[in-house]
Write a protein of this length. Structure first.
Length: 119
């Protein structure tokens, strides 16, 4: 977004393709549970949470090829685990509107979705 804002660089066609393929995959794999919190029973609850939205979208863009062949059930389970993790909670609590916390949210979701959680 900064390059678009400050440098005026935006190639609409490839960005439109990236947007469409990413959101199609998110819809196929996670449906309406992609960007929301989960209750203690593992059910999606509440409305769209911006911090969750950012992390899921970027993780899917960055690791599209790794996620496309993972089953929806597995990805949804991993997403719930990511959202419940201390790393994610820490990145969405007070002071969450920083670049550092944004990168932390993205990293946590990406690691969980791709089953690359550090030991």
């Amino acid at each position: 977004m900064e390059s678009v804002l400050f440098e005026g660089k935006f190639d609409r066609v490839p960005m439109m393709f990236l947007f469409e393929k990413t959101f199609k995959l998110i819809s196929q794999k996670l449906g309406d549970q992609a960007f929301t919190r989960f209750n203690i029973h593992g059910e999606a609850t509440g409305r769209l949470a911006p911090a969750y939205y950012e992390a899921v979208c970027v993780a899917f863009v960055e690791r599209y090829d790794d996620l496309v062949n993972v089953s929806a059930d597995i990805l949804l389970s991993r997403l719930r685990t990511a959202f419940e993790s201390e790393g994610f909670k820490d990145a969405t609590g007070p002071g969450a509107n920083t670049i550092t916390k944004l990168h932390q949210r993205i990293r946590v979701v990406r690691e969980h979705l791709c089953d690359e959680i550090p030991a």
